[in-house]
Design a protein around this ligand. Structure first.
Ligand SMILES: Nc1ncnc2c1ncn2[C@@H]1O[C@H](COP(=O)(O)OP(=O)(O)O)[C@@H](O)[C@H]1O
Ligand SMILES: [Mg+2]
Length: 225
């Protein structure tokens, strides 16, 4: 870490600007200026006592663990650490999210090639994101490159290493890749290859079973979130 990298003490003292209020189940999102660096803080501080200390702590712990595993990958924000177990501080990515972006501009096919490669590098580290179908979790940086945030629902290969779980994990990896196809269909449908289309449409009976189990698992995970 260099001189300008803020630590948790800097972030505690930094000036704050609220980007998003907390809701019953969602953390507040703050922008904090610390040591001249903009930090995004995801913060369960104002959520209800029980929620904050169970789900909130669990999600912050999961997400910080994911960021540790992803450290150093271009396209993943740096993680500065956890505050009091209930807030997570990460590097702010200047840019905007992909939510409704197709109404303003069309991203090029090369953006999606880069996004697919980025997801591939995360998968190589043994992590599936599991929530990439939500466009707000992918950002278009000011540099024109893709960034991925919100690793709270991610799962690791290690946790899913036993036989049936391994199949489910593989399905989550595929889901991440299909999420890219879904986003690409909105922005550059002409560049979606026949293989990608086929993959998106393909459902074998074995796949259906795995998807069924996975969807149940996801419901449970999302209820926890
Ligand atoms: N590192 C970041 N840089 C810039 N914007 C971010 C960053 N992290 C989150 N955001 C913005 O805040 C929003 C909510 O953050 P996210 O981690 O997805 O929380 P939630 O779990 O509530 O979905 C994102 O959709 C994105 O717009
Ligand atoms: Mg999100």
């Amino acid at each position: 870490m260099d001189d300008t990298t803020p630590d948790i003490a800097d972030i505690r003292q930094g000036s704050r600007f609220l980007l998003r209020e907390s809701s019953s189940t969602r953390p507040a999102i703050w922008r904090v200026e610390a040591r001249g660096t903009r930090v995004v803080v995801k913060d369960f501080r104002n959520n209800g006592f029980v929620f904050r200390n169970t789900v909130g702590r669990f999600l912050i712990w999961r997400e910080s663990k994911a960021y540790r595993r992803l450290k150093g990958i271009q396209g993943i924000p740096k993680c500065y650490g956890v505050i009091d177990g209930i807030s997570l501080a990460v590097e702010e990515i200047p840019g905007r999210s992909l939510e409704n972006l197709e109404q303003e501009l069309r991203l090029s096919p090369s953006f999606f090639d880069e996004l697919r490669n980025l997801i591939g590098r995360c998968h190589q580290r043994g992590l599936a994101h599991c929530d990439l179908k939500r466009a707000p979790n992918t950002l278009l940086g000011e540099d024109g490159r893709p960034y991925i945030v919100d690793w709270a629902a991610s799962i690791s290969e290690r946790e899913f290493r036993f036989p049936v779980l391994r199949l489910i994990y593989r399905r989550f990896l595929l889901d991440d890749r299909l999420a890219v196809v879904k986003l690409k269909l909105r922005h550059a449908p002409e560049a979606v290859t026949p293989e990608e289309k086929a993959c998106y449409a393909y459902r074998s009976s074995g796949e259906k079973l795995i998807r069924g189990i996975r969807d149940r698992l996801r419901e449970i995970l999302q209820k926890a979130a």
